[in-house]
Design a protein around this ligand. Structure first.
Ligand SMILES: [Zn+2]
Length: 326
């Protein structure tokens, strides 16, 4: 029987090379993207950053899910390669993901571009972001869209066990969205058990995942985040000193395990489901967020080892299905 509370790390917006937040920023503001303190955001997140992320999660035993945006910002895709780069660079990134993360991370698409929605009939882009566009669609449109996103991952040998919603994709038409996830997983992977991440319930610390859909032998589990992306603030600060890193880690979990958002969630009886983003860990090239993750992983191992246990999203979904009690 499960006696420790499951915790998991949701990594959003990851993909080869493209810094999707930077391109999204430019798309929205129509000018070059800067951090709040005036540094230009970098176009590219190099493959070496993925290596360093893998080092941290392996060392600390962290588990969760890792998004792969299939055609990030519409600049090439994971099958044919990212624009302006040799396809080998994309391939190498994917091989590292498979080799080093498969054991303790689930993989999933997160939209197709994580930017403008794609017109699947013409291959052109709609003049609207994927999230805004999705809110006006039904399952006849959303199912092929999700199918396409899963097919990209399948084509490069990635088993996508779930789906992540770019921003709040599908939230206004959630029943249609849920039916589409179920249908797309069945069509692409022949899968009838899956999970999705859409809801950010940072003001409801008592939250746990729930069964969003169950019919016959088909199940879809909703996994909400309960711990906000405190890593994000490293994007807008030039600081990389230990005091700064500790101050952000403290917001997540203090050294003694008695404070921070994870503690609030545990005390409320919820499951600490930590949300972060690839750009929050990259921190405009300073990688301060990754140092915070390393510190959080260390604190979990030192102060919460008796109380919590890192799990993948699939493991958490299975626990939810079996209605585990502790
Ligand atoms: Zn995202």
């Amino acid at each position: 029987m499960q006696t420790r509370v499951p915790i998991t790390l949701l990594v959003d917006d990851s993909c080869p090379l493209i810094h999707v937040f930077r391109f999204h920023w430019e798309e929205v503001h129509k000018r070059p993207p800067y951090t709040d303190d005036g540094r230009l955001l970098l176009d590219i997140i190099p493959n070496e950053f993925l290596d360093r992320f893998c080092d941290v999660v392996e060392t600390r035993g962290i588990a969760g899910k890792f998004s792969i945006v299939p055609a990030p910002a519409g600049r090439g895709d994971i099958v044919s390669g990212i624009e302006d780069y040799h396809p080998d660079v994309t391939r190498e990134w994917l091989e590292t993901v498979k080799r080093r993360l498969s054991n303790r991370f689930d993989f999933c698409p997160e939209g197709i571009t994580h930017n403008l929605a794609v017109n699947l009939d013409t291959g052109e882009y709609f003049d609207e972001g994927e999230s805004g566009w999705s809110q006006k669609q039904d399952r006849t449109i959303l199912t092929p869209y999700l199918t396409k996103s899963l097919e990209y991952l399948k084509a490069v040998g990635i088993d996508a066990t779930g789906v992540t919603s770019p921003w709040v994709f599908g939230i206004d038409v959630e029943d249609e969205y849920i039916a589409s996830i179920v249908a797309a997983q069945k069509a692409v992977y022949g899968r009838n058990f899956s999970w999705y991440f859409l809801h950010m319930l940072h003001d409801k610390p008592e939250s746990k995942p729930w069964l969003a859909f169950q019919e016959g032998d088909t199940t879809l589990v909703a996994i909400p985040s309960t711990v906000d992306d405190f890593w994000w603030r490293t994007i807008d600060s030039p600081r990389t000193d230990e005091e700064f890193i500790d101050s952000i880690a403290d917001l997540i979990i203090t050294k003694d395990g008695r404070g921070g958002k994870m503690r609030e969630v545990l005390d409320a009886g919820g499951w600490p489901i930590l949300l972060t983003h690839w750009q929050s860990l990259f921190s405009a090239g300073l990688e301060t967020g990754l140092a915070v993750l390393d510190e959080v992983g260390k604190r979990v191992n030192e102060s919460l080892a008796e109380e919590v246990e890192w799990q993948t999203c699939s493991e958490i979904a299975r626990l939810t299905l079996t209605k585990f009690l502790y």
